[in-house]
Design a protein around this ligand. Structure first.
Ligand code: NAP
Length: 252
């Protein structure tokens, strides 16, 4: 039995990358996991991996920036499993560009998926968590919150998530709900591969160059983030709330 046996978790953007690693880790720790991604078909691989390993998972297609879809998805999880204990707001997109080239649509898409998506999902699950006086919410910020050329939209969203995290920790703490954030640095996923391609770099060379700037001299793996999320939703961190943990192979 893992330490999350009996718990029900929602992980958004869990079709691949950090979200998939997190969903698999929480399932390995015993939680039943709702694997959410834009399209239900995109969740199939993660769900199959969890089930093949003996875990419990359901795949749900949902755009986290759309209130009606979020409400339906959360209701389905509650109907299927009876309760919701853990929410990991991980879904994300990038629309990088320098400010003078960034379109209004680039801005809105990124803010809507990261920031509004975390708001909508947290709002939808909080009533279940408040009623049962138990819950864990983990938001996904980024080292880009501290500023990153070409990412005005993403940086604003990721720093916004830090304020959101601290505020929810204050509001939901009295109901025994812990709210924290992880702030990954360079993690080897499709997202960082897309960044390499956008700047015209070979993805492997891009990773090598990034690793040279990182104190631990390697880029991160999705599991490096999943491990910390697993800690933040476990009882080992039950007195930790409102914190942002940078996971970047160095201070930032
Ligand atoms: P990824 O490989 O691109 O995975 C993101 C997942 O989110 C994709 O499956 C994507 O689906 C899904 N998604 C996008 N928009 C969605 C929406 N509106 N509703 C539901 N799902 C949606 O990215 P990742 O690298 O694993 O990143 C995961 C999180 O970590 C993101 O919040 C990202 O900003 C953050 N992060 C990543 C890094 C890094 O270096 N990789 C660093 C710091 C923070 P589609 O494939 O259909 O788009």
């Amino acid at each position: 039995m893992g330490n999350l046996t009996g718990r029900v978790a929602i992980v958004t953007g869990a079709g691949r990358g950090i979200g998939a690693a997190t969903a698999k880790r929480l399932a390995a720790d015993g939680a039943a996991v709702a694997v959410i991604d834009l399209r239900e078909a995109d969740t199939a691989e993660t769900v199959a991996a969890i089930q093949q390993a003996g875990g419990t998972a359901v795949g749900i297609g949902c755009d986290v920036s759309q209130a009606d879809q979020v409400q339906q998805a959360v209701k389905k999880v509650a109907d299927d499993f009876g309760h919701i204990d853990i929410l990991v707001n991980n879904a994300g997109v990038i629309r990088d560009n320098l400010l003078f080239k960034m379109t209004e649509s680039d801005w809105d898409t990124v803010i809507n998926v990261h920031l509004k998506g975390a708001f909508l999902c947290s709002k939808a699950v909080q009533s279940y968590m408040v009623n049962q006086k138990y819950g864990k919410i983990v938001n996904t910020s980024s080292t880009s919150a501290l500023g990153n050329r070409g990412q005005a939209n993403y940086s604003a969203a990721k720093m916004g998530l830090q304020g959101f995290t601290r505020t929810l920790a204050i509001e939901l703490g009295p109901f025994n709900i812990n709210v924290n954030a992880v702030a990954p640095g360079f993690i080897d996923t499709e997202m960082t591969k897309a960044t390499a391609e956008r700047v015209g770099a070979d993805p492997e060379q891009f990773k090598k160059m990034a690793a040279e700037q990182i104190p631990l001299r390697r880029v991160g793996k999705p599991e490096d983030i999943a491990n910390v999320v697993a800690f933040l939703v476990s009882e080992d961190s039950s007195y930790v709330s409102g914190q942002v943990i940078y996971i970047a192979g160095g201070p930032r």
